[in-house]
Design a protein around this ligand. Structure first.
Ligand SMILES: [Zn+2]
Length: 168
């Protein structure tokens, strides 16, 4: 009888320990998605893929006394635009206030990239895109002088210099 009690207690403790362990694992996964992603892809913050082939014609910072929250990559109309990293499309549509045809991709809890003035968007909202996937064609829709991609990186909602996230 005593043996059985001990056995049941021991078994019970093992079950509780097992639950705590699996809880710990699932907690880790839900609260640390960003860190997990970083662990799997330590280069995500420093090495996005260039969204298109072209020449940087306007830099991040102040331009004509107004903030320019991204870089302009000039290219020929119709040049492919690629996702800078895997993620979920959180906006794909026409932006009435200057961005023209616009795509916004969320890569993890804090990192978002923005692609503006596209001739044509090829991906729908709420769909998953892979790094390097064709998502749009270069254009000059919205407030744009000449065909280019206006590319933004937002880290924790703050616009950041995309050049610090792209390979040289
Ligand atoms: Zn721009």
């Amino acid at each position: 009888m005593q043996y059985l009690q001990r056995h049941i207690l021991k078994r019970g403790w093992l079950i509780v320990a097992g639950m705590l362990y699996s809880c710990g694992v699932s907690l880790h996964h839900s609260s640390n998605k960003y860190n997990t992603l970083h662990k799997n892809r330590p280069d995500i913050a420093s090495l996005l893929k260039w969204p298109t082939d072209g020449i940087v014609t306007s830099y991040f910072g102040t331009r004509h006394g107004r903030p320019h929250e991204g870089i302009d990559i000039s290219s020929k109309e119709g040049t492919p635009i690629y996702a800078a990293e895997s993620g979920i499309v959180i906006f794909s549509g026409y932006h009435a206030h200057g961005y023209g045809n616009l795509i916004v991709i969320q890569h993890n809890e804090q990192l978002v990239t923005v692609y503006a003035h596209n001739a044509k968007n090829l991906v729908q909202e709420k769909t998953h895109v892979k790094r390097g996937q064709l998502i749009a064609y270069v254009g000059q829709t919205g407030r744009a002088a000449g065909a280019h991609v206006h590319f933004e990186v937002r880290d924790n909602k703050q616009p950041k210099n995309p050049l610090s996230y792209l390979p040289n």
